[in-house]
Design a protein around this ligand. Structure first.
Ligand code: FES
Length: 141
């Protein structure tokens, strides 16, 4: 009987323990800018962001499709970002009055958001995935 009681107590304790999820920091260290050649689009699969080095400077776009949340992909042969799930496509370069991140076609209801990017004291690019900014705010280093 006492063994059963101990078992029950252990189970209850586990059950009552708060089930806290520790979220990883929203800030991503993308490393030194020279990792990203001019006119390159780099997907960081783990953090779900693109680091883009354009003629105007560096910027970061969310890589998560605004339709149903699939991870998008860079298509260098077409020069666009495309979602494999339902075919949404997004600009990477500003063109035809569109900003990078704007939708070209598909069911995505919104552009891919720009994420806040800055350079830290060590000269590394940091991106805050939790903070969207308005488009066309480039980081120049
Ligand atoms: Fe990207 Fe549907 S999740 S188009």
């Amino acid at each position: 009987l006492s063994i059963a009681a101990v078992g029950t107590a252990a189970f209850s304790y586990q059950y009552l323990e708060p089930n806290v999820l520790y979220e990883p920091s929203p800030v991503v260290n993308a490393g030194k800018p020279d990792r990203y050649p001019l006119d390159s689009v780099t997907l960081d699969v783990n953090s779900g962001i693109y680091i883009i080095h354009s003629q105007e400077g560096y910027f970061s776009l969310s890589a998560v499709c605004t339709h149903l949340g699939c991870l998008t992909a860079w298509k260098p042969e077409q020069g666009i970002i495309a979602c494999p799930c339902h075919g949404s496509k997004f600009y990477v370069q500003a063109q035809d009055h569109h900003n990078p991140g704007d939708k070209i076609e598909g069911p995505a209801p919104k552009p891919l958001p720009w994420k806040r990017m800055w350079v830290n004291d060590d000269g590394e690019l940091l991106v805050d995935r939790s903070t969207d900014i308005s488009a066309m705010q480039f980081v120049r280093v």
